[in-house]
Design a protein around this ligand. Structure first.
Ligand SMILES: [Zn+2]
Length: 254
């Protein structure tokens, strides 16, 4: 566990920060009981689904266009496995307690917004909304269990899809635009939480901050692609570490 002195130093930086950025991945939800998608114990650890097909093929934009029932069957299984486990935890709440924080998340569970964070860029979209693959119809998706496979648009009859990025698809343009705008405004403190930072758009804000001399902090149980760049490496569970930092920082703000 991280020593109190280091946590105090980071809390001091956070208390002074006007524009902190929190980059988050599946690991922030580990304490909620959500498995991470890849790696040890991951949802897709062996890479194959129940029918022996690679997840990356089944959950791809190409499969949704050509065999939507296969993609939707997998999405439903995924939703069942996650049902009741995708819940806001202390790490989400700690970030949400900072009204000036910007959140860049790879998670599609919508938990940062549910926790009350206001400025959230969901760079991989969100599973809690469905939209039509042809027209502009969209609606919240609260009821995975009762969806037909595949669900269809009530207005035009085309296949509906979750508003989350599937394998092989580009990132949502509006999220990318927001990220560019926020990066242009700049940050004065950058946290990387529960992510291995394998994607360039996730690692880049950390690298930019580090090269500009802006303090950077990583919270993750294991070393990651940005570990060599950051000023502070905290090895552990974000749901335990983040609340301590945020509480101390807020007590210093007075
Ligand atoms: Zn439609």
């Amino acid at each position: 566990m991280t020593d109190t002195h280091t946590l105090d130093e980071i809390a001091e930086l956070l208390a002074l920060a006007r524009r902190p950025l929190f980059i988050t991945g599946a690991g922030i939800s580990a304490a909620s009981g959500l498995p991470t998608y890849r790696g040890t114990g991951g949802l897709y650890a062996n890479g194959l689904n129940e029918e022996g097909l690679p997840y990356e093929d089944v959950l791809s934009g190409y499969m949704l266009r050509t065999r939507p029932e296969l993609t939707w069957r997998e999405l439903l299984r995924m939703a069942q496995r996650l049902a009741g486990r995708a819940q806001v935890n202390e790490a989400h709440r700690a970030i949400a307690a900072l009204p000036h924080a910007v959140v860049l998340t790879q998670n599609v569970d919508g938990l940062h917004l549910e926790a009350g964070s206001r400025n959230v860029i969901e760079i991989h979209g969100n599973l809690r909304e469905l939209h039509c693959t042809v027209c502009t119809y969209r609606r919240p998706n609260e009821d995975w269990q009762n969806l037909p496979i595949p669900p269809r648009c009530p207005e035009c009859g085309a296949v509906l899809r979750p508003s989350a990025v599937l394998f092989g698809e580009p990132l949502p343009p509006e999220a990318l635009t927001r990220l560019d705008e926020e990066l242009a405004r700049g940050f004065d403190l950058v946290f990387s939480v529960g992510t291995t930072s394998l994607f360039p758009y996730i690692a880049e804000p950390v690298a930019l901050a580090a090269s500009a001399g802006i303090p950077t902090i990583e919270i993750n149980p294991e070393p990651t692609a940005v570990s060599h760049l950051v000023d502070y490496r905290l090895r552990g569970d974000a749901a335990q570490i983040l609340p301590r930092i945020v509480e101390t920082a807020r007590s210093r703000e007075g």
